[in-house]
Design a protein around this ligand. Structure first.
Ligand code: GDP
Ligand code: MN
Length: 304
């Protein structure tokens, strides 16, 4: 036998449309995962986008927690891919282990969100996302759905709904359910403050910063007066209302694969004083791709 045949892909034939199911478009679902949550997995399995068109990609740190999460993830994958119903099975699944150490060992919500920890933590997350993206993006990928491992509740039609907007970057509004002790009832609050529209104040702050300094959102010490999508939710309003965004979070984020192919990634370095997902939105914009937020379309983050 001679050398193996060459596989040719014509990128012009990889469609990216507002009817991805009808056009049989491949979706890459990418999840950086420090912890395994059963609720995340159950929600993922409930996504109604044809699983045979979905490739899953994971990256996990080589920490004790990351090892435990990898074992649990592999167990759940085996259940579906080996023993699940045909329609439950995904096209393929890739698991990567991170080749660098996380900058801070603790993963508690309060520790994670300390301002002093942000730059190193967000830079490490950017590296993890880039490794995952560049080792999994295929010639037949139409869409990339970034979905954090602690997103535990979304509509089953998440992919179709976000794709129906046919925008380069589309972000739903990430909330968190919690027990409201005052009301003595379950309640919900905004969670992801990285989806925002820029402000003159933030621009002014940035202009006075050192070249390696970064702007952060959601910290009282650094009032940016950006318009946060988290606060744009209107009860009962159209879930498909669109707002333009300058910064995005990565909790749930649908990206046309051509945006990543164009070179838009997650800067692990200050890029216009922004890093990781917020830097990604900026880089995409510099390449001509505008981010869109859906303030009334909710997904939910786990509550530690
Ligand atoms: P937060 O919700 O903004 O506080 O951010 P998280 O800590 O939840 O991190 C975002 C996503 O990255 C989640 O899916 C985490 O499981 C995952 N994650 C957090 N730290 C690491 C890490 O060191 N390596 C990898 N590969 N994933 C991580
Ligand atoms: Mn999270």
């Amino acid at each position: 036998a001679g050398p193996p045949p060459v596989t040719r892909y014509n990128l012009n034939n990889v469609t990216i449309t507002n009817d991805p199911v009808g056009n049989r478009e491949n979706v890459l679902v990418l999840t950086p995962m420090a912890r395994f949550y059963q609720e995340y997995w159950d929600n993922l399995l409930k996504l109604s986008y044809p699983h045979e068109l979905i490739t899953l990609g994971f990256i996990l740190p080589k920490t004790k927690e990351g090892n435990a999460a990898t074992i649990e993830l592999q167990k759940q994958i085996a259940k579906i891919q080996k023993h699940g119903l045909e329609k439950e099975r995904f096209k393929s699944i890739i698991i990567l282990r991170q080749d660098f150490d996380p900058p801070i060992p603790s993963q508690d919500e309060s520790e994670r969100h300390k301002m002093a920890n942000q730059k190193a933590r967000r830079a490490a997350m950017a590296k993890a996302r880039n490794s995952l993206l560049f080792t999994t993006l295929g010639p037949d990928t139409s869409w990339v759905l970034w979905l954090d491992a602690d997103i535990i509740e979304t509509p089953p039609t998440l992919i179709q709904d976000l794709a129906s907007h046919s925008k380069p970057l589309t972000v739903p509004n990430c909330f968190q359910r919690f027990y409201n002790a005052e009301k003595k009832a379950m309640d919900e609050r905004p969670y992801d403050f990285n989806n925002w529209q820029d402000s003159p104040t933030a621009q002014e702050l940035a202009s006075k910063m050192g070249k390696d300094d970064i702007l952060l959102e959601g910290y009282a010490d650094m009032a940016t007066y950006r318009a946060l999508m988290a606060y744009m939710y209107e009860a009962g309003a159209d879930i498909h209302t669109e707002v333009p965004l300058d910064g995005v979070g990565g909790t749930a984020l649908l990206v046309k694969a051509e945006v990543h192919r164009d070179g838009a990634m997650f800067p692990a370095f200050p890029f216009y004083h922004l890093i990781e997902t917020e830097g990604f939105a900026k880089m995409a914009k510099r390449l001509g791709w505008q981010a869109t937020g859906l303030p009334n379309y909710k997904v939910y983050h786990y509550n530690e």
